[in-house]
Ligand binder design. Structure first.
Ligand code: ZN
Length: 154
């Protein structure tokens, strides 16, 4: 694990130890579950959106490695109060960042989420970092099936 040490920056460790928005959400109107077979990460995501398309609240539960938990925690913190459209943009920017399709310094809307740029050098970790986001996509598209992250890099 020593070659991954740079990934475990303070922010990631903090979110892994003290996940934000952890638990079940009362009154959720979107839900999806994701599973990363490569690492064994699991996530269950609840969202509550209002009629104007704003994500009023969201919560996750799950188990898995530090990267997957920190990513889910930081995603929920980043998305609360955002519009679904903005969440979709963030999803694509995050995906391009962790898969190396965009430069680590690009994606100005990502903010703190940029700490995950380091996973691009560890292909097995890309799925850990992106699991929460794929689960978000499934939830927003009312695609409640378990996400299989076992196909390709995305
Ligand atoms: Zn993982």
């Amino acid at each position: 694990m020593s070659d991954l040490s740079e990934l475990y920056q303070e922010l990631i460790l903090d979110h892994q130890k003290n996940p934000r928005n952890f638990g079940q959400l009362e009154g959720a109107n979107h839900h999806a579950e994701g599973f990363n077979a490569l690492c064994g990460d699991k996530i269950s995501l609840d969202l509550k959106t209002d009629a104007s398309g704003v994500i009023e609240d969201l919560k996750f539960k799950g188990s898995g490695c530090a990267i997957s938990k920190a990513s889910a925690s930081m995603m929920t913190a980043a998305l609360k109060g955002k519009k679904i459209d903005e969440a979709e943009i963030l999803f694509h920017q995050f995906h391009d960042l962790v898969t190396g399709k965009s430069a680590p310094e690009s994606g100005e809307v990502l903010g703190k989420l940029k700490v995950f740029a380091g996973v691009r050098d560890y292909p097995a970790r890309v799925k850990c970092a992106s699991l929460a986001w794929h689960t978000l996509e499934a939830a927003l598209h009312d695609d409640q099936k378990v996400v299989s992250s076992d196909e390709g890099d995305d």
